[in-house]
Design a protein around this ligand. Sequence first.
Ligand SMILES: Nc1ncnc2c1ncn2[C@@H]1O[C@H](COP(=O)(O)OP(=O)(O)OP(=O)(O)O)[C@@H](O)[C@H]1O
Length: 604
Amino acid sequence: MYRLCPFLYTFDYKVKHCPSGGWPVPCVYFLVWIGSDFLKPLFSLDCPLACLAEPIGSAAVSIRDGETEGVLHLGDRDAAVLVVPEKETLLKAGEQLLAWKRPSVPDLVTLNEANTPSGLVTAHRLFSAFVTLAQNQSALLHTLLDTMSEAITIVDMHNVVHYWNKAAENIYEIDRAQVVGTPLDAHFDSESIRLLDALKQGTSVQRVYHIPRPDRHVLINAAPIRQEGDIIGAISIEQDITELVRLNEELSHTTAHLHNLQQEMSRFQAADDPFFTIKGHSAAIQSAIQAARKVAQTDATVLIYGESGVGKELFAQAIHQASRRREKPFIAINCGAIPAALFESELFGYQGGAFTGAEKKGKPGKLELAHGGTLFLDEIGELPLELQVKLLRALQERQFYRVGGTEPITVNTRIVAATNRQLEHMVAEGRFREDLYYRLNVFTLEIPPLRERREDIPELVQLFLHEYAIANDQPVPRITPDVMQALIDHTWPGNIRQLRNVIERLSILQEGGVILPEHLPSAIRSLTLAAPPAVPLTPPYAPVSQTSPAGYPFAPDSALSERERILAALDRTYGNKKAAADLLGISRGTLYNKMRKYGISHER
Ligand SMILES: Nc1ncnc2c1ncn2[C@@H]1O[C@H](COP(=O)(O)OP(=O)(O)OP(=O)(O)O)[C@@H](O)[C@H]1O
C-alpha cells in the first residue's frame, strides 16, 4: 500500500540524549508519498500511532528534554513538529494536535521506547487517517445496523430520525427515505414513543413490552446517547414479538380447548382408573399409588399416614373404588370432628327410642351403613380412649350392638383409617390403645408431604388453575415464572389443600389473565423475597404449628398464640369451621381438636 516516491531527501538527525549532545549522521532517506487507500483497514481510534508512521531514518530531529515539541531539520529549512510516543493512540495524537495553538499544522514525530525518533506522521497523513476511520466506522455501523433483525431507530435531541435500519423498514413498513430527516412523531403517536422518555428524561429501558402501533408488539431497549454528559439523541432497539404474541394467544385458546377435552377424557378415565384423580408424577407419590393399587385388591385394613391435606381421603376413596367392594358404599367418618358423646351412636347407630331426641325407629351407624363396602376412619388418632375399646371390639368380632340395642349386628366392612399423628408415640404415651394400633396397622401407606415432592407442584398448580377457570367460565390465567418458583419454594404446611386455596385466591386476583408476584399471599411472597430454599422438616408429621412460615396472621409462627390464631380465623370466616381450617392450613378435625383443647366454643 505504500507507494514510495523516488524523490530523495538527505537528513541529519540528532537525538537529545546523544553523548555528544547531537552529531550529524548523513543518510539517504525516502520520503513516502501517502496513497489515499493506505489507511483502509482502520476501524478504531485506538489504533497506535506507530501504524501510521513512516520510517524517519536519519532525518535530524531536535527535541528538548521532556518536551512534546521538536524541530525537524529538512536540509535547508527547519519545521516545528509534535513529538508523540509511537504507542500512543490515534485519538490521543489527534487531541494533542487540537491543543496546538499556532496557525500552521505540524507534522508528528514518533518516539520509540528508547525515546529515539522512530517515525514521521505528516499532518496530512493523520487527517487522512481520521477521514478513512470515519468512513470505515460509518460503513461498519451501517452494515451492523442493517444486519440486525431488530428495528433500530436513532433520533437527535429534537426527535428527528437520523437512522432507520432495514429491519425497521420491514417491521413498520415505512421506507428509510420517508423517515430519515423527519420527526419520529410524524409517524407514531407521541405517547407510544418510548424513545421520547430516553430523550427527555435520560432514562433507559430494557426489554420492555411495548405496543407502538395496535398491530405491533415489541420488546424495546431504549437509551439516551450522551456526549460528555449531554444528551445528544437517543437510540431504540425493538424486537418484533407480534408473531410470538399471536402464537401465545393461539396456544392459550388451544390449551383451554385441550383442557376441556382432557376433562371430558378424564371423566372416562376416572371411571376406568380410580387413582386417576391423584395427580403427580414424582417418584414419592407414584410409589404410594403403586402400593395403594396393590392393597386395594385385598380386604386388608389400611392405615394411611400423612400430614394434613396430602390427599389421605383421596387415597382411601381410590382404594375403595379399585377394590371389589366398589359397588358398595364408601362411608367416611371424621373421628376428630364428632363430639365424643355422639361418636358411639354415629359409629354403631342406635335403637328406636334409645335416648332423648333419638329417632323413633332408630338409626343405623356408619359401620352398618358401610356393610359390604369401606369405612374410612379419618383422624383416627383423635378417637377418645373409651371409644377405641369399643371400636376394637367391633373390628375383632365383626359384630356390634346399636346403642340401646340388644340384637348383635354382623357386618363385613373394610376399614381404612388415616392419621396425621405418629400413633406409635401416642401408644408409648398411653394416648392410643396398643391393641387397636396393631389391629389397624396391617398395611401402612405413607403419603409424602408436598415439600418432599416439589416436582409435582407445577402440575397441581396447572390442574387447579384449569379447574377454577372452567368453574368460573374464564380463560386459564398465565402464571409468571417467579410466581411458580415461589409456589415451588414454599413449604406448604397445609399441603395440597392449602395449595388449592392459594390457587383459587390467585385465580380471583389475577389481572388481564396474568398472575403476578404481588397477587401471592404475603407469607409466600416474603419467603420468595428472602429466597430461602425450603428445607424438608423433621419429624415427618410435625404438627402444623412447627412447619408453617410466618407472614400472615394465620401462619403458625406468627406473633399470635395458636389459640389467638384460631380465634382470628374463626372470626374471619364467621365461625365457618371448614373455611377457618382451610385458612389455618389444617384439617377440620384438627381444628375441632384444637378448639376443644383451648376451650373454644363450637358455637362461635
Ligand atoms: N395428588 C393429588 N392430586 C390432586 N388433588 C389432590 C391430591 N392430593 C390431594 N388433593 C386435593 O387436596 C385436597 C385435600 O385432600 P384430602 O382431603 O384427601 O387430604 P387429607 O390428607 O385427607 O386431609 P386431612 O388430613 O385434612 O383430612 C382435596 O381437595 C383433594 O382433592
